[in-house]
Design a protein around this ligand. Structure first.
Ligand code: RIB
Length: 329
């Protein structure tokens, strides 16, 4: 089948509310700094009421990655569930406006579109309180085989492991992708997600996944060790490529007996780390889809991550294609 997309991504379709907050605010609200906590609609509204003025922007981890990919000039598709409400329309508009394919039918007469209340402390760290709403109604029926089979890379968001129906959808997508000879990638998303679903994630990775994205806390949680290098070595035995980010220390890419250490791009001031891992994955997969060597894939990832953390919001504000060209990438 013709490859119509570089990446087809499956994830939670979320709109973000992002505002500055103090560390004291996080303590008062009982939030785990740097984590993603699931909240119900009532709690979400209460957090919103307590937050400082901020911005609203389409988010969702895998959707942000498709946004970054499109900014590099890549061809992306996104599969995820919004409701038939105003935020759902905003999310769908933003996805299509960047040139990505998005046609998962919205949820009718059900829960509202997912929102994530994101509090950003002065050090740039983001703490997310997410009401999943309609996004948990994504099921196997929403897997469009024609899209999955036409993508070079099928990219799955680990956050979806919290929803049983979405996990079955993953399995269906993985079967279709492998049947069509496509690559399967997953992001581990959050160390608490890894903690909740360690065995299921490990099984899925071993049996289905070619490329894993993770950060240091996620990978050490996956293998229940404090030793970063040991965790990378454990992961490399299970997949073709492991791309592990380490904030300002850059990233480590492990593949077939080779290891590349890639530096982070310098940033004057870290404003908001929301979407850093998502944009790293965007750059990395854009590089992979366009045939770049693994270390260059890592550099493209680092560049996109540096851009997104230098401003509020989870998606790039400049053309990543132009930015990469200006750096000779
Ligand atoms: O990775 C950041 C994203 O995770 C959450 O899903 C938020 O929507 C945010 O945009």
């Amino acid at each position: 089948m013709t490859e119509l997309y570089d990446v087809a991504a499956i994830g939670n379709a979320i709109v973000d509310v992002i505002a500055p907050a103090t560390d004291e605010f996080l303590v008062q609200q009982g939030m785990d700094k740097g984590a993603m906590m699931l909240v119900d609609e009532v709690r979400s509204a209460a957090i919103y009421k307590a937050m400082a003025p901020g911005i609203e922007a389409s988010g969702g981890s895998a959707a942000n990655t498709v946004g970054g990919l499109a900014s590099f000039g890549g061809r992306g598709a996104f599969l995820g569930k919004v409701a038939d409400d105003q935020l759902g329309k905003v999310f769908a508009h933003d996805m299509r406006a960047i040139g990505a394919h998005f046609d998962t039918p919205p949820l009718l007469n059900g829960k509202a579109t997912a929102v994530s209340m994101i509090n950003v402390t002065p050090d740039g760290e983001r703490t997310m309180s997410t009401f999943l709403g309609a996004s948990t109604e994504f099921t196997s029926d929403d897997i469009d085989a024609a899209i999955i089979e036409a993508a070079k890379i099928v990219y799955l968001e680990g956050y979806l492991f919290d929803a049983e129906a979405a996990r079955r959808a993953f399995a269906k997508a993985a079967g279709l992708a492998h049947g069509a000879g496509r690559m399967i990638a997953i992001t581990l998303s959050d160390s608490f997600v890894v903690d909740r679903h360690r065995e299921a994630l490990l099984g899925f990775i071993e049996n289905q996944v070619d490329l894993v994205f993770a950060n240091a806390s996620e990978i050490t949680s996956l293998f229940q060790t404090d030793d970063f290098d040991a965790a990378v070595d454990a992961l490399r035995t299970k997949v073709k490529i492991a791309a592990v980010t380490r904030s300002e220390k850059g990233s480590v890419i492990a593949a077939a007996g080779q290891t590349f250490e890639v530096s982070a791009f310098p940033v004057d001031k870290v404003m908001d780390t929301t979407g850093a891992g998502d944009q790293y994955a965007a750059g990395f997969m854009y590089g992979l889809a366009t045939g770049r060597p693994l270390n260059v894939c890592g550099q493209l990832g680092s560049l996109a991550a540096a851009e997104v953390i230098s401003h509020y919001g989870p998606r790039p504000l400049v053309s990543l294609k132009d930015l990469a060209a200006s750096k000779g990438l």
